[in-house]
Write a protein that binds this ligand. Structure first.
Ligand SMILES: [Zn+2]
Length: 250
């Protein structure tokens, strides 16, 4: 097995040098395509104008940070009618132009941010050798697009706190895929009903035992079957047991 198979996959690049320190692995690579297309007029060009180094961070290897030094070319556009005189070549799916991290590193950090939040995620990211600040982790989570909600069949609905005790919204979950699919700004029956009217695929709605979401569901999706979700049923039963024990004790 070649040692290069242990390096990150760099489509469209040729690795020229690998150096290692106690904490970091640095990989120097250059693009191999003979030409690139202008992003404005799509004319192909092989006329190199200049070079620059793009240095995004990649997924860690053997507990070390991995930094890429990518030699990227700027081409002259051959189309005299094009407003863009020069353009930088695209780096395929490896890394977006001027991004500080490769696509895979961004995805790993987004998953960490989703799982443990900003502060905890930042501490974990340092231990995993892909360091990131709490603010950046939260920004990556916010930038992630929500999954499609157009075909949801079994819907879970509940309040979510924008500011606990002060401001509440509504979270909507696809209970067959076990993923959140939308957030509503408030927790009113009107907003929920409006959302349901644009999602006629909903057949079953799992909700709390309050009247707000029941009212919204009845108005927005009268065809759907409403059921009380297990968590709220259990909370109600535990609450009832506590009250009856308290009454006996008194
Ligand atoms: Zn052009």
């Amino acid at each position: 097995m070649s040692l290069t198979t242990l390096l990150p996959d760099l489509p469209g690049f040729c690795v020229e040098q690998v150096s290692r320190t106690e904490e970091t692995i640095t990989i120097t690579a250059r693009a191999t395509a003979l030409s690139a297309s202008c992003p404005d007029c799509e004319h192909a060009s092989s006329h190199v104008h200049s070079y620059y180094i793009h240095s995004p961070k990649a997924l860690p290897t053997s507990g070390r940070q991995v930094c890429l030094l990518l030699q990227v070319r700027r081409f002259r556009c051959p189309n005299p009618r094009c407003r863009r005189k020069t353009f930088a070549e695209r780096l395929s799916s490896l890394v977006a132009p001027h991004a500080q991290r490769t696509s895979w590193a961004r995805e790993l950090l987004r998953v960490i941010g989703e799982a443990v939040g900003g502060e905890g995620g930042a501490r974990l990211s340092h231990r995993l050798a892909v360091p990131c600040s709490p603010d950046t982790l939260l920004r990556l989570v916010r930038q992630a697009s929500l999954p499609s909600s157009s075909s949801v069949r079994v819907l879970g609905v509940d309040e979510c706190a924008w500011r606990k005790g002060r401001s509440y919204g509504t979270i909507l979950v696809d209970l067959e895929k076990h993923i959140p699919i939308d957030l509503l700004q408030d927790a009113s029956a009107e907003s929920f009903a409006t959302w349901l009217q644009t999602h006629p695929s909903v057949e079953i709605i799992s909700r709390d035992r309050g009247s707000t979401f029941a009212d919204g569901a009845a108005r927005g999706a009268p065809q759907a079957l409403q059921i009380a979700d297990r968590w709220h049923v259990l909370v109600r039963r535990i609450g009832a047991c506590s009250i009856s024990f308290g009454e006996r004790g008194g």
